[in-house]
Ligand binder design. Sequence first.
Ligand code: URA
Length: 237
Amino acid sequence: MQSKRGRLDRFLSNHLGVKRKDVRLMLAKNRVVVDGVTAADIGLSIDEFSHIVLDNQRVLQVNKPVYIMLHKPVGVVSATKDDLHRTVIDLLERPDKATLHIVGRLDLNTSGLLLLTNDGRWSRQLTSPESKVTKSYKVTLKNSLAEPYIEAFAQGMYFSYEDITTEPAKLEIISEYVAHVNLTEGRYHQIKRMFGRFRNPVLQLHRMSIGCLSLDSTLLPGESRNLTPQEVESIHR
Ligand code: URA
């Protein structure tokens, strides 16, 4: 999405209906905080995703950022356009849906928590390799699980195609055919390929959570809801 940049003083004077010199005074009195830092420069460049606080109150902008959690069903593609399959965007009924992008895709036959937003800064923080946000999956397998899987996932696996070794992953055996897996990265078909090392096909894959945000259990497959402001803030922790 194109970001709309502008000057802090212009935005505050329009938004609050005050003169620019009044905005200057607000800044001189340290009353304005932008993205967690007290604003000193009236010409500071902001956009619609800048977090602006005046006297400890969030100043909401017209072009509000949007953050959505969707319960992705199996058989729907994590893309904004597709010639063959229904897309996750097709599942949404909202006028602004064309402005949204997907934060960390799931395979066609994977279900579970999918995030969508129009805030590129937020999604980059979640998906950048440095952020190492934990994604938790429930995996149902064709063959029995065994203890050696735990060590192999924790050690990391070498994928020659990309010439990388996967980050340590936590595997917990829940029952004979069901495991929970925590990943801090998102390589192509990663979980299926990791179980592939044991020649154990994945029958079902479901993402349960991203960071500390779990899929809302009241959402049926295909349903979505806005994140609360607390969820938006908390997910990076
Ligand atoms: N690993 C996979 O193999 N597929 C997904 O959709 C997510 C993780």
